[in-house]
Design a protein around this ligand. Structure first.
Ligand SMILES: NC(=O)C1=CN([C@@H]2O[C@H](COP(=O)(O)OP(=O)(O)OC[C@H]3O[C@@H](n4cnc5c(N)ncnc54)[C@H](OP(=O)(O)O)[C@@H]3O)[C@@H](O)[C@H]2O)C=CC1
Ligand SMILES: Cc1cn([C@H]2C[C@H](O)[C@@H](COP(=O)(O)OP(=O)(O)O[C@H]3O[C@@H](C)C(=O)[C@@H](O)[C@H]3O)O2)c(=O)[nH]c1=O
Length: 284
């Protein structure tokens, strides 16, 4: 039986992988505690690889605080680039396939079209830059890798936009939400299912893939959908990016084309609103 090691298992996607692996009785998946699986600690990682001899490693570990990263380039780069590079080198040494998770924020997002894997990445934030450097480190150092770019993750676990909206909706009567940033929300449970599907149906077509839910929306329409589905009465005002100043600049348009992952792995992807309904049902 193959062993799969998950790094960053205590984060949002890590929790979703645990939930889906349990649900589908996925065998041989291990979630080592962060104390034993710090992706910056090559010695500890080597011990783990020697012990478990994994066929797959899934890297969910990341520095994900987008605004904070603007003041913490070194800290973000350490985890997002150096950590990914450490895992890539060990995977090559131990003949393991690395599944690296990346982001739509590697794109500048100035062209209103569905982005595919060959479109040029040109990040406009420190977080996006360090995630792109992580992708490049993986491509350069892992002989077998699937690098999956995803976007706007949410779930019942960790911190995310859906939970923030529900929290704010409980004690505010009005909210201003940016309407001129467009992309696709992704239920992290769906992504976790897709990752385990790839492990189960590995056809060695290594490289970069895009995965989000289907459809395109703005943060404003996403928020309206959240309150509508959760039956929360609140006034939501559409605003421009310039009316909601943040440290990091975010792409205006970062919806991705998923044709490659769907055809390569025979995957079907749920529409974003259907998955949002499923998540809110879990949350309630
Ligand atoms: N969240 C989102 O909207 C999106 C996320 N992504 C990508 O998806 C992946 C998963 O994101 P998500 O689960 O939401 O992120 P989280 O921030 O929820 O989880 C990241 C996890 O990584 C852990 N971590 C940080 N540094 C290290 C380290 N040195 N060694 C081991 N673990 C570490 C964190 O632990 P601790 O909390 O203790 O620091 C945390 O548990 C990331 O690669 C992210 O860049 C892509 C698009 C959208
Ligand atoms: C809370 C709030 C946010 N917003 C806007 C700010 C921002 O443009 C957008 C989302 O804000 P958040 O800070 O929740 O999301 P953010 O952390 O920017 O989300 C990103 O995280 C990283 C990790 C990724 O990889 C990306 O794909 C993306 O999911 O909503 C409002 O307009 N009004 C509000 O009240």
């Amino acid at each position: 039986m193959n062993t799969t090691l998950v790094f960053g298992g205590s984060g949002q996607l890590g929790h979703c992988l645990q939930a889906v692996a349990n649900r589908i009785s996925f065998e041989g998946i291990i979630f080592p505690p962060e104390g034993e699986a710090n992706i910056l600690d090559v010695e500890a990682l080597t011990i783990l690889f020697e012990k478990h001899k994994p066929a797959y490693s899934i890297n969910c570990a990341a520095y994900t605080a987008v605004d904070k990263a603007e003041d913490e380039l070194d800290a973000a780069r350490k985890v997002n680039r150096d950590g990914a590079e450490n895992l890539a080198k060990l995977c090559t040494k131990f003949n393991c396939t690395l599944i690296q998770i990346s982001t739509d924020f590697v794109f500048e997002g100035n062209i209103p079209k569905l982005l595919n894997e060959d479109d040029a990445a040109s990040p406009i934030s420190v977080y996006g830059l360090t995630k792109l450097e992580g992708e490049q480190a993986v491509t350069a150092n892992a002989s077998k890798h699937y690098t999956i770019r995803t976007s706007w993750l949410y779930s019942e676990y960790g911190n995310n936009f859906v939970k923030t909206m529900l929290k704010l909706g409980a004690d505010r009567s009005e909210l201003n939400i940016i309407a001129d940033q467009v992309g696709t929300p992704t239920y992290a449970i769906d992504l976790a299912g897709a990752i385990l599907h790839i492990v189960n149906n590995d056809n060695h077509q290594y490289g970069i893939y895009h995965y989000s839910n289907e459809g395109v929306t703005s943060w404003y329409d996403f928020a309206v959908g959240i309150f509508d589905i959760a039956n929360v009465k609140i006034k939501v005002n559409p605003i421009k990016t310039s009316q909601y100043p943040t440290k990091a600049t975010r792409p205006k348009f970062s919806a991705m084309d998923k044709s490659k992952i769907k055809s390569t792995f025979n995957l079907s992807i749920p529409y974003w609103r259907d998955s949002l309904i499923a998540c809110i049902k879990e949350l309630r």
